[in-house]
Design a protein around this ligand. Structure first.
Ligand code: C2O
Length: 546
């Protein structure tokens, strides 16, 4: 196994997008940031130096961080932020994961521009479980704001209203040529006739589930979230923010130029095939040269409608592990978590300008009606590790406070979550099941729920209210997919299972950043086991102080 040492310098860098130049926060001057390429079993040492004017942390999304929770990165969960002018070195080893992950800032909305790919290839001398691709390309889907994203979220937090939406979707940081002033920077992905290429597609968008497709080409899905899948072919894939999907694409079409494109799923305002579609160009190397001054117009794909949940369902139901896997069958901790938005009444000391949500309220979001509040002077992991009281409580409810029709009319009391820094405690080795149930509080949505520190099996998904009597018998306990982020169906539910074998403090949250901002998060505190290899390592000496 190899050791990879990197330095990330995070700083403001003039960046031209759409029709003007903005001071975007970048890593080493790059947006998106550098791609990290490693093999399973390798160790990464990344020194992050904060030369920006904001507090910062970096999260290695999907890396299990076995016993190295201090390197996980979510601000105030596993570490205090790296202050401007300071540095912190993340050290961790890839253990048993192969495929595509990514890294991103985990502090306020900095990840709008501070993100990049993490490619994990098989161990030296080992092969992919599919024919070796001729070429590999990273396809990072994102969102671009003309305004400073930190100002956007600060303004929303001040007013209680929904934040402004982004100005463009992007592929590898570029909106592509359907957007104004963007055509000259459209990303080109090369392919040649007969070649099979691997596309590593990552949804790094802040707040938007996205469909992705390539005109006239089939996509063969071979992995997701750095776990292999039983291959299947599809025209279109959907990724919730945080998710990755590895697809093979073969150059079996007439040599030419074809658009690859991404567009919103589940967003009422993006209903047409227009400039809310981001594009890159799949270009055959043998494509005929256009006459001087002319250009060959790429072939446009068809994308599903923004509300095409049927396509999403068919896609996610195709996911299988390549072979029989070991899913926990006996369950020690059986949890039922509701996912919901909310509207809090205007607090008495707030003025009307601070309560600009619907009818003078403030937007909120919650799990089991608890809106998660981060500590602000220490991380939860530090408090847990050193036994410092008063930072969090361990009374996160295993079930919602009242049972109700999650997809129907909801009593007004449930629109107002309580606030708290509540954790759920798990014994080392506990076998855990979580039912994640969407609710129609304010509005039903497809929530991409991401768990840090673990991969989990998605044993079932469905619509309506989860019913243990009739739904449990449909669980796939043979070959369910292993992921770190599950797109919980709109007006539906998903059931995940994992074994709590990684001690530490792990946040589970909706990967729509607007929902984390509003509190759609919780943490698991996983206790140490009794052996030395079942305990979290000691905190590193340079762990930032608050
Ligand atoms: Cu990709 Cu908690 O994040």
């Amino acid at each position: 196994a190899k050791l990879h040492e990197h330095e990330f310098v995070v700083q403001a860098t003039p960046t031209k997008r759409l029709c003007s130049t903005h001071n975007a926060i970048t890593v080493n001057g790059q947006y998106p940031g550098p791609t990290l390429e490693v093999n399973n079993g390798d160790t990464l040492i990344i020194k992050v130096t904060n030369k920006a004017q904001y507090n910062l942390t970096i999260h290695w999304h999907g890396v299990r961080q076995i016993r190295t929770g201090w390197a996980d990165g979510p601000e105030f969960v596993t570490q205090c932020p790296i202050r401007p002018g300071e540095s912190y070195t993340y050290r961790f080893t890839i253990q048993g994961q192969e495929g595509t992950l990514w890294w991103h800032a985990h502090s306020s909305w900095l990840r709008a521009t501070v993100y990049g790919a993490l490619i994990i290839r098989p161990r030296e001398g080992e092969a992919y479980p599919f024919p070796k691709p001729k070429r590999e390309s990273v396809v990072l889907l994102g969102e671009w704001w003309d305004a400073n994203p930190i100002d956007v979220v600060r303004e929303a937090t001040r007013t209680g209203a929904a934040p402004n939406v982004s100005d463009a979707y992007t592929i590898n940081g570029h909106p592509g040529d359907l957007y104004k002033c963007s055509s000259q920077d459209t990303v080109i992905v090369p392919i040649d006739s007969g070649e099979t290429n691997l596309l590593r597609v990552i949804n790094a968008a802040l707040n938007q589930p996205l469909f992705f497709t390539v005109a006239n080409h089939q996509l063969t899905v071979v992995g997701a979230d750095a776990s292999y899948l039983k291959p299947f072919t599809t025209k279109v894939i959907m990724l919730g923010p945080g998710q990755t999907t590895d697809v093979l694409i073969t150059g079996d079409q007439p040599p030419s130029r074809y658009y690859m494109a991404a567009r919103a799923y589940q967003s009422a305002q993006n209903a047409g095939f227009d400039n809310t579609t981001t594009t890159a160009i799949l270009q055959y190397k043998s494509a005929p040269c256009p006459a001087k001054g002319a250009s060959i117009k790429p072939v446009m794909p068809l994308l599903p409608a923004y509300n095409d949940t049927n396509t999403v369902t068919a896609f996610s139901r195709s996911f299988r592990s390549p072979r029989k896997v070991e899913v926990p069958t006996e369950i020690d901790d059986s949890l039922f978590y509701t996912l919901g938005l909310g509207l809090n009444n205007c607090p008495p000391n707030f003025g009307p300008s601070q309560c600009q949500g619907p009818n003078g309220t403030r937007f909120a979001a919650s799990m089991n009606n608890v809106s998660f509040v981060l500590p602000n002077n220490i991380s939860i992991l530090q408090a847990h590790h050193h036994g410092i009281p008063g930072v969090f409580t361990t009374d996160f409810p295993a079930n919602p406070p009242v049972k109700f029709d999650y997809t129907g009319n909801v009593s007004r009391s449930l629109w107002q979550p309580i606030q708290g820094t509540k954790a759920y405690k798990l014994k080392f080795g506990s076998r855990v099941q979580v039912v994640l149930q969407d609710t129609s509080i304010v509005t039903p949505e497809n929530h991409p729920i991401h768990l840090h520190g673990y991969d989990f099996y998605i044993v079932a998904e469905g619509f309506g209210n989860f019913d243990p009597k009739k739904d449990t018998s449909k669980f796939n306990l043979v070959d369910p997919p292993l992921r770190n982020t599950v797109a919980v169906p709109v007006n539906g539910w998903a059931v995940i299972r994992f074994v709590a074998d990684n001690p530490g403090v792990w946040i589970m949250h909706c990967h729509l950043d607007v929902h984390i901002t509003w509190g759609l998060a919780t943490v698991f505190v996983v206790e140490n086991g009794f052996g030395a290899l079942e305990a979290i390592e000691s905190p590193p000496e340079d762990l930032p102080l608050c």
